[in-house]
Design a protein around this ligand. Structure first.
Ligand SMILES: NC(=O)c1ccc[n+]([C@@H]2O[C@H](COP(=O)([O-])OP(=O)(O)OC[C@H]3O[C@@H](n4cnc5c(N)ncnc54)[C@H](O)[C@@H]3O)[C@@H](O)[C@H]2O)c1
Length: 376
């Protein structure tokens, strides 16, 4: 009989729904799953929302008290989908009570929280992951492989953008517009994804940053709605990152370009089926020879057991990245892989917070700031 992994989802907003979808649909997307992922308990602030989510997504139980989640011996995994400022306490309680944790990004909102979480995570034998879902498209996985195979050479430059227009003509951002709850506006929300993708794919850390933020709607928010940074990699490579909620004409425009001394790659979330690869060793003559960007059709080409449904030739979309991220995490729980070899580790993600923090500090000091990492 297959092992059942009981998951509790905490928070019933957008991500609570996304995680519930991923958990309950793994059985369709992966053949021969070795475990059964079960929507065990949903936790929300109000009875009404908890009940609604239980009925809508098919959970067995609903609660409004988080302690009932972490103290329930039937629950194996806690999936944290609450506002950013609530993560640290929820992670710590879950880990101390022996739960595996799958937490939304960014992990925390302040350096103090990062250190508290680090102290609990560094000795745990529980599997603790962070949701960096954009790592899990065939196109972004292929990008990382090409870099690791040396096909673009040493990284010399990059650019990353994550642009939304949702902040234009808005009357409220909810918790996202509150610096204490979000940690830092568009930078923490969208910038965490971009910084993760660039550092994950290049295998490089960011050494120092210069950051500049902009608030357009001061009446409704105290945190940046648009933020740009110049970032220096530890290998000397230099790049720029811009994130925004107020860029007209955009939807979910996450784009990265990484340039090496032998080649380059480009990925755009609005075209998630394709990876653009420039191979600098191709002949440039006669008449351009074979040079230029190649479009790799990565589509739904997940490795077995993932590429079988709907089929490896069917296009992927944003949700598929979340499903694969959940699969990698729960498979690691099943295998007892506490190092989360194939997934994004929560402990490592505290370093992403250190980069975001350095960018915020630079915005205030007006100077280039070294990143003060907490994990080496
Ligand atoms: N990985 C991704 O693609 C992605 C996308 C969006 C959001 N996120 C992350 O997921 C987490 C949740 O974001 P979301 O979009 O689901 O938010 P949301 O506002 O849609 O939902 C937040 C949930 O937390 C609950 N909550 C508990 N205490 C709260 C409080 N004091 N104030 C407001 N809500 C409270 C709300 O009731 C709701 O159920 C955040 O950490 C966010 O950064 C990740």
């Amino acid at each position: 009989m297959r092992k059942t992994i009981n998951v509790a989802v905490v928070g019933t907003g957008f991500m609570g729904k996304t995680h519930s979808y991923a958990i309950s649909n793994l059985r369709y997307f992966y053949s021969d799953l070795l475990f059964e992922a079960c929507l065990h308990t949903v936790c929300s602030r109000t009875e009404e929302n908890a009940n609604k989510a239980k009925e809508q997504y098919g959970f067995k139980y609903e609660v409004t008290d988080y302690d009932k989640v972490v103290l329930n011996p039937e629950i194996d995994v806690v999936s944290i989908c609450t506002p950013n400022s609530m993560h640290a306490e929820q992670i710590i309680k879950a880990v101390r009570n022996g739960k595996h944790v799958y937490c939304e990004k960014p992990a925390v909102t302040t350096r103090d929280e990062a250190i508290m979480v680090q102290n609990v995570l560094k000795d745990t034998q529980n599997v603790c992951g962070i949701v960096f879902n954009n790592r899990y498209f065939p196109a972004t996985m292929r990008a990382k492989q090409l870099v690791e195979e040396g096909r673009i050479g040493n990284v010399v430059g990059f650019s990353g953008r994550y642009l939304h227009s949702s902040g234009l003509n808005r009357s409220s951002y909810g918790w996202r517009g509150d610096r204490k709850m979000s940690g830092g506006g568009a930078l923490y929300d969208l910038g965490s994804h971009v910084v993760d993708l660039i550092t994950h794919i290049t295998g490089n850390r960011i050494k120092s940053v210069i950051g500049k933020g902009h608030i357009l709607n001061k009446a409704i928010t105290d945190c940046d709605e648009h933020f740009s940074m110049i970032a220096r990699l530890e290998n000397g490579g230099l790049g720029t990152i811009t994130v925004s909620r107020i860029t007209i004409g955009t939807n979910d425009d996450l784009e990265i370009e990484i340039h090496g001394d032998k080649g380059a790659i480009k990925f755009n979330l609005m075209e998630p089926n394709k990876l653009y690869f420039f191979d600098g060793s191709k002949k440039t003559s006669p008449y351009g020879g074979e040079s230029g960007y190649t479009v790799i059709d990565c589509i739904g080409k997940y490795e077995y057991p993932g590429g079988v449904f709907p089929s490896s030739k069917a296009p992927v979309s944003w949700l598929r990245g979340h499903v694969h991220s959940m699969y990698i995490f729960l498979q690691s729980v099943y295998e007892g892989d506490t190092e989360l070899e194939k997934g994004a580790k929560l402990l490592d993600s505290l370093n992403i917070n250190c980069i975001l923090e350095a960018a915020l500090v630079s915005n205030e000091t007006g100077k280039e700031e070294e990143v003060r990492y907490i994990n080496n």
